[in-house]
Each structure stands twice: as structure tokens, then as C-alpha cells.
Design a protein around this ligand. Structure first.
Ligand code: NIG
Ligand code: FE
Length: 411
């Protein structure tokens, strides 16, 4: 297939295989039979067995997918993509024996990225985030969540969120922004956590919401971050503003965050290495997605596994994401995360693939528009020229060459 730069993907895409469970064909495709998809004006109009292709589409431009597997565009549902600087020195400190908590308590960690982010201009933040976004996009990512949380003051949180919006606009990718002002206590509020949360709820969040910069609200609920009561205050503010919530929960300890998040119908609880049966039951009842972040688990050399078997048994949807951030997960490959979710967390290959598509969409509230190949949806899909779909989570350090159609454009 020759590839003009960002051409319209309109036409009939023939000779492809639809990823099982990730496509809703008009009629079932027999095992091994070729499938086809029709794109018109950037929208998926029809998909099904190639031999059942309605004659009405015969005059459209024809594209040969050469037997490739088709999946929905990948979705990275938890990232901290926009920040200043990097933290390689902390990696070295941890290798020498320091824990993530020790580094954070000694003034490193999140707060060191806050210093670098505050010092950076909006243009500089855009320029440093762009190649990271492009790395993810080259691998088939068509929608991404980007959190704030390295500004921790109104003007700097605003800067991060504006950069996130601009990345979406200028790169032609769906970006969902999440306000994570409650990521860490800013140094100027040392010893005054409650004052910061009051300021966040009374000033920061309402102002950023008014500016249209916030799609969801997140909190880092942890003994080195914010308490359950502080988390609830932020959630109550979000609820008043009509914004959905998510939670960084159970990364280092179980504070009961999952039950609280479920009471607020949270879209997702993320990390959850430490999660009780009551937390799982609450998430199941609320339809809250469990977002698994094997990159952070790996980078911190964590040994406490998330309760995968219990989540599976309870039917809690499991998403998988990079958690890209400069501290705990400098990861820029969603397929590698799928691999690690299988190897480290024992997800099956289909679970991992649903985790970076269908369930990731739900974790962003995008389940009606993203994460599934279905007629009527925007044409966001990836064609993978691999023999077996399982290769997507099999290769290490080499991404299968893929054809990406994003928002109806072939890029
Ligand atoms: O998801 N856990 C809190 N937030 C990030 C880490 C942020 C950092 O260390 O800069 C995470 O792992
Ligand atoms: Fe995170």
C-alpha cells in the first residue's frame, strides 16, 4: 500500500480480518473469510463479510488491506504526557536502593517535575510533549487522556491543560483532559493540605472548568498525597460542576479509595495494586473500570500484584494504559504495556487487547464513540499486517508496521 501523507480514508477497505470482540459487523464473518469496511466522509458506514458488500459501495475508491488484521484505534486512557524536564536521576537513586516514597518525601518525585513544569512556557511544554505523542500515535493510538497535575497552581495547571487541548487540535487525535490538581501538595502549601484543597475546590477547578479545559477530575489518594476526606471534597466539587471523576487508588496502600470513587460513579480507578474485595464489589456495582498500569509496576519494581483474578471473576472491565509520566512510567509504547499486562499481570491476549481499546474507551466515557469497530462511528482504526493478532502483545521493542486511520484520515 502506498501512503500519501494524511489522505482521506474514504472508500472500501477490502481483504482484511476483523479482530474478534472488537468489531460489530453488519452480519457475521465466517472464520477465515475476508472482511471489508466502508468509510464515507470519515465515518465507518459498513463492515462485514467481503462477499456481502452492498453493490451501492462498488464505485467508491478501493483499498487493499492485503489480509491485515483490523482493530479499533488504540486508546491510551491514563497519561501525564505534558510536563517539563525528566527524572532519570531518580531512576538511578531507586536503583541504588531508595524507594519511590523516600524520593518523594525528600523533595524529589512529583514536586521536582512541578518545578520544571512551572519554569516552562506553553510552547516549550508543547514542543516536549509532541514527540511523545507522536511515538504513541505511530503505534496506532487514536485517543488519549492527558492529565494536568505538574502545575499545582491555577496558571500552571491551565498551561498544561491548554497544551493538551492544542495537541488534540493540531495533531488530529481525540484528547480527553483530566484535571489532577490534587496530585501532590505544592511546596508553598507545606503543612496546609486542607487550605490547598479548599483553594483547588473554590478557585482552580471552577475557573478551569469555565474555560472549557476539563473533561474529568482525578485525585492521587495515597498516604504521600491526599486523604480520603480530601479526595471526597474534590469529588463533591466535580459532581457539582457536572464533571466525571477518576482516581489514582491503591498504588502504595489501600486507603478505601475505590469504594469512595464508586460512590461517585467514577469512570475508573487506576493502579489498584492494593484493592480489597469490598473495593472490587463497589467498582463492579458502579460500572467503574479498573485501569492497570504495568509500566509503573515494572519501573518501581513493585511486587504486589493487582487482584486480577478477583477483578475478572467480578466482571470488572480491565483497561491497560501507559501511565506515561517522568517518574514512575517513562513508557511510550501501549503495545509494550499490553505485553506487560499479559506477562506481569497474567491477562490473556484478548483481555489485553480489549484493555487498550474497548475498556480504555469506557475509562474515558468514550464507549459510545471509540474502542469498537462499528457502523456509524468515526473511522479510527488500525490495520496490522501480522499473521496472528496475538503478535500485537508478543513482540518486544519492535512495533509491527501498521496503517493508521485516525478521524477518517489515513496517516
Ligand atoms: O500515576 N501516582 C501518582 N502519579 C503518577 C506518578 C507521577 C510522578 O511520579 O511524577 C503515577 O504513577
Ligand atoms: Fe498516573
Amino acid at each position: 500500500m502506498t501512503q500519501p501523507p494524511s489522505a482521506s480514508a474514504d472508500g472500501v477497505w477490502r481483504h482484511l480480518r476483523l479482530a474478534p470482540g472488537l468489531a460489530q459487523p453488519t452480519q457475521p464473518v465466517a472464520d477465515g473469510a475476508p472482511a471489508a469496511m466502508v468509510v464515507q466522509q470519515g465515518v465507518l458506514r459498513w463492515l462485514g463479510p467481503q462477499q456481502a458488500l452492498p453493490a451501492a459501495f462498488a464505485a467508491l475508491p478501493q483499498h487493499d488491506a492485503c489480509g491485515a488484521w483490523a482493530t479499533p484505534g488504540l486508546i491510551d486512557c491514563h497519561t501525564h504526557l505534558v510536563y517539563g524536564g525528566q527524572r532519570a536521576h531518580e531512576f538511578a537513586l531507586r536503583l541504588a536502593g531508595a524507594s519511590y516514597e523516600e524520593v518523594a518525601r525528600a523533595g524529589g518525585g512529583i514536586v521536582s517535575s512541578v518545578r520544571a513544569t512551572r519554569a516552562a512556557s506553553e510552547d516549550a511544554l508543547y514542543a516536549s510533549a509532541l514527540p511523545r505523542l507522536q511515538a504513541l500515535m505511530a503505534e496506532g493510538v487514536c485517543a488519549i487522556e492527558i492529565k494536568s497535575g505538574y502545575g499545582l497552581a491555577l496558571e500552571h495547571e491551565r498551561k498544561q491543560l491548554r497544551v493538551a487541548r492544542r495537541l488534540g487540535r493540531e495533531q488530529g487525535i481525540t484528547v480527553r483532559t483530566t484535571f489532577l490538581g490534587a496530585h501532590a501538595l505544592p511546596p508553598e502549601y507545606t503543612g496546609r493540605s486542607q487550605d490547598y484543597i479548599d483553594h483547588l475546590c473554590q478557585q482552580m477547578l471552577p475557573a478551569l472548568h469555565d474555560e472549557g479545559l476539563v473533561d474529568a477530575v482525578d485525585v492521587f489518594c495515597e498516604r504521600i498525597a491526599f486523604s480520603l476526606a480530601e479526595t471526597e471534597q474534590v469529588f463533591a466539587t466535580a459532581q457539582r460542576l457536572g464533571l466525571p471523576v477518576k482516581l489514582h487508588a491503591g498504588q502504595l496502600s489501600d486507603m478505601g479509595g475505590a469504594q469512595l470513587a464508586a460512590r461517585y460513579q467514577a469512570l475508573s480507578c487506576d493502579h489498584i495494586e492494593h484493592l480489597s474485595p469490598a473495593g472490587i464489589a463497589a467498582m463492579q456495582a458502579a460500572g467503574t473500570v479498573a485501569v492497570l498500569l504495568p509500566g509503573a509496576y515494572y519501573t518501581l519494581r513493585d511486587t504486589h500484584l493487582p487482584p486480577i483474578e478477583q477483578l475478572r471473576a467480578a466482571g470488572v472491565p480491565m483497561a491497560v494504559s501507559t501511565d506515561h509520566n517522568p517518574g514512575t512510567s517513562p513508557a511510550l509504547s501501549l503495545l509494550l504495556m499490553a505485553n506487560m499486562a499479559c506477562t506481569l499481570f497474567r491477562l490473556t491476549v484478548p483481555e489485553a487487547l480489549a484493555g487498550i481499546t474497548q475498556h480504555a474507551a469506557r475509562a474515558l466515557g468514550l464507549q459510545d464513540t471509540h474502542g469498537l469497530l462499528a457502523a456509524g462511528r468515526s473511522a479510527d482504526f488500525v490495520l496490522w499486517p501480522v499473521e496472528e493478532l496475538a503478535e500485537l502483545s508478543y513482540w518486544l521493542g519492535q512495533r509491527p508496521a501498521c496503517t493508521v486511520v485516525r478521524q477518517g484520515r489515513w496517516v
